[in-house]
Write a protein that binds this ligand. Sequence first.
Ligand code: 13P
Length: 247
Amino acid sequence: MRKKIVAGNWKMNLSKSEALALYQSVDAQNPANEVELIVFPSAIYLDSLKKLDGKLKIGVQNFHPAESGAFTGENSITQIKDLGAEYVLIGHSERRMYFNEDGAFLKEKVDAALQHDVKIIFCCGEPLSIREMNAQDYFVEQQLIESLFHLSNYAMERIIIAYEPIWAIGTGKTASSDQAEAMHAAIRGFIEKQYGKNTAEKISILYGGSCNASNASELFACENVDGGLIGGAALKANDFLQIAKSF
Ligand code: 13P
């Protein structure tokens, strides 16, 4: 049985008091079912959120792969782990696009997080131009090859993957359940080709991109969709909780 996960990427939103209130509201109503709930606030709120001592897991949206050094403005994996982050997002399209994070750099981040035993949600997904050429499978496979497929089976089994088609992020234009299932099955196939069926079957693959309380149940009903990585709809406690109950 693969783990079901619903994660909220709060991106660069919310004041500190809003972040604390949202965390408390979700945590208080956490359905405590078999679904793992995780939130990714701004790293600067991590310490305050951890002090709430809730059940809701916390991760960070970014870190630098170096242990320490002259990287002005960055936080290392040891620093964010020290503040209690259990998860990291790696490979989000916004980091790839706006901060020029390429496959080789993301690979360094993957290795750093694994080395420090911080769990990874690795994001992949194609832009609209690639989808229009029907080249999305090849594109996403390359992203996995570049940053993940150097890992051992043991390490690979600790990765969570999020498929986020860029054309669906923040656009209100979600992938259809057929499109999501086709890509999730393809991703599992790529993993199987590299690591065998046993490993491929263990890895949770989340869908992200305009997933909300109205479309989550249809998406989560797909055989290879094991949950969601939620942006906008994760900023409202009730919407996020509704999504978490959509399996
Ligand atoms: P939206 O749910 O706002 O489309 O964002 C998805 C996303 O980028 C989550 O990481």
